[in-house]
Write a protein that binds this ligand. Structure first.
Ligand SMILES: Cc1cc2nc3c(=O)[nH]c(=O)nc-3n(C[C@H](O)[C@H](O)[C@H](O)COP(=O)(O)OP(=O)(O)OC[C@H]3O[C@@H](n4cnc5c(N)ncnc54)[C@H](O)[C@@H]3O)c2cc1C
Length: 486
């Protein structure tokens, strides 16, 4: 892939003003470039990428994808993109429904109760999601933290750990750093909690799978003439009335009419803006994470299907440390582990030892093994979608769909960013259908519910126990009073 990128590198750096500069060669940046050129082939586009390859979270290796690989057909924008690029899609069919999944949560004496209360809690959050549409509620500093909410609602340690891990995976921050309202708003933007669990943890047969290497090849072929500059991390952005200056890590300066920032929120927070971004955006950009969390994605191939041999199929889940695994092919397993920065070299032994405990010692010695570490992307409770003069926000975190944090969100944000950029540099080529193309479909997974169902969903072991105790003590007190004075 790297070789491919080098071959496709455009002409040497030009010093003159470029029509559009895109920062970040992840799927959202590439889609933005593709859409811009499709609408206006004469545009000069330059892509600045911090790493030495393109694709961002779509990392791929010879055994298969080590990054994003699955999505639901309801992620309309990515589905349509793959159809247009003629990328073959196949439905995931590897899970053997007759065999159980291997989740730590399903084991132990209290597993049934823990699973029950967890499912009830997830249902409650799912039902309440529509009330947390971004921008429709206010977040005060003293709002309940998600960690407290989890501890107040869940009794069993296993279910608490599961939820705490899920919060980290979804928001990229610790449950103690994020409020309940922020989390709920983020879940709404991601299409609901159940959707997140489906794609990242359960990986059922209903998901669609595609070859990300193929997609990147087709996209880069269609971007012939676009200038790719790799290993250029953008450090500072100077915003003038008629143009923008971008300074990269090699001390080079680029000038452009419009700048598309197709990078995650964490990366945006590391860039110096001059003049500083407006107040309402500053709140999001200055809200830096207290702890940097990393996600190492791995893929391990064996000579035999050890999961099936041990009587399991589908997915693997362990809470401490948080390790998720999925059957990728009958004898190839993909997984990921969330950890603090610096622990990357230990992931292989920790993850394979954890798998060996359930599927046998052979798991410790894979025939092939690859891993890649990503910084866990953080999501703010509202996405950055409105351009700031000549600066346009893109990336999966800046999507206005119900698939923020997913491929669908990345593609939609790329299309929207291209539209915003065209309105600035070539407004005459924009049509109504372009606007309709980036329109966000309503969340198919989140439905409004009646007040009774909502109230019932809030019942849990704690409050049902509390109400029962309260009602019986009132009853006993009345009975006692009646006997004594009646
Ligand atoms: C391991 C993993 C598995 C996933 N699996 C799925 C899945 O199965 N299904 C699904 O729908 N979604 C999945 N996702 C989420 C999905 O991959 C992402 O939402 C999507 O790819 C994000 O694309 P993006 O273009 O917004 O950002 P990225 O892919 O993160 O691209 C951003 C690019 O910007 C570059 N960059 C950052 N800062 C700078 C800077 N200052 N200057 C220049 N360049 C910079 C980065 O190097 C990177 O290449 C997964 C994510 C991960 C990490």
């Amino acid at each position: 892939m790297e070789k491919d990128c080098e071959l496709k590198l455009g002409p040497p750096e030009r010093s003159q003003k470029i029509d559009v500069i895109i920062v970040g060669a992840g799927i959202s940046g590439l889609v933005a470039a593709y859409r811009l050129l499709e609408k206006e082939p004469s545009l000069q586009i330059r892509i600045l990428e911090a790493s030495d390859n393109i694709g961002g979270s779509l990392q791929q290796i010879s055994q298969g994808e080590i990054g994003a690989k699955w999505f639901e057909a309801s992620q309309a924008h990515v589905y349509q993109l793959l159809q247009r690029m003629e990328i073959p899609l196949q439905q995931r069919s590897i899970v053997d429904a007759a065999l159980p999944r291997c989740w730590e949560l399903d084991q132990g004496v209290s597993s049934n109760l823990a699973n029950y209360e967890l499912q009830r809690y997830i249902n409650e959050l799912q039902l309440k999601s529509p009330f947390f549409r971004p921008g429709r509620f206010s977040i005060r500093k003293n709002s309940t933290k998600m960690e407290k909410h989890i501890n107040n609602r869940l009794f069993f340690n296993e279910s608490r750990k599961f939820m705490t891990n899920l919060v980290e995976l979804v928001c990229g921050s610790k449950a103690s750093d994020i409020t309940y309202k922020e989390f709920m708003s983020i879940c709404y933007g991601c299409g609901g909690l159940q959707n997140i669990i489906n794609i990242y943890l359960d990986c059922p047969n209903t998901l669609l799978e595609f070859d990300s290497a193929h997609l990147l090849n087709v996209l880069t072929k269609r971007l012939q003439g676009t200038e790719f500059l790799l290993s250029r991390q953008v450090k500072a952005i100077y915003h003038y009335k008629d143009y923008i200056e971008v300074h990269d890590s090699t001390q080079k300066m680029h000038t452009t009419d419009v700048l598309i920032l197709a990078i995650p929120l964490n990366a945006l927070q590391q860039i110096n803006f001059s003049p500083p971004v407006p107040m309402e955006m500053r709140k999001l950009l200055n809200n830096k994470l207290k702890t940097r969390l990393m996600l190492t994605s791995f893929i391990a191939g064996y000579g035999d299907g050890h999961w099936r041999n041990a009587g399991y199929s589908g997915s693997f889940l362990k809470s401490e440390p948080f390790i998720v695994g999925c059957e990728y092919r009958p004898n190839v397993y993909a997984g990921m582990m969330i950890h603090n920065s610096g622990l990357e070299p230990l992931v292989r032994s920790i993850a394979l030892n954890a798998l060996a405990l359930h599927f046998g010692d052979a798991m410790k010695t894979p025939h092939t093994y690859n891993q890649h570490t990503f910084e866990l992307s953080s999501l703010a409770h509202v996405p950055l979608t409105t351009p700031w003069h000549r600066i346009v926000w893109s990336s999966s975190a800046a999507a206005s769909t119900c698939y923020r944090g997913f491929l669908g969100g990345a593609v939609q944000s790329g299309l929207r960013a291209a539209l915003n950029a065209l309105l600035l540099v070539r407004p005459q080529v924009v049509t109504w259908t372009d606007v309709a193309d980036v329109h966000c479909q309503n969340c198919p997974n989140i439905k409004d519910v009646g007040p009774l169902q909502l109230w019932m969903s809030g019942l849990n072991l704690y409050n049902v126990g509390y109400y029962t105790l309260y009602a019986s003590s009132v009853f006993l007190a009345l009975q006692f009073a009646y006997k004594k004075f009646g």
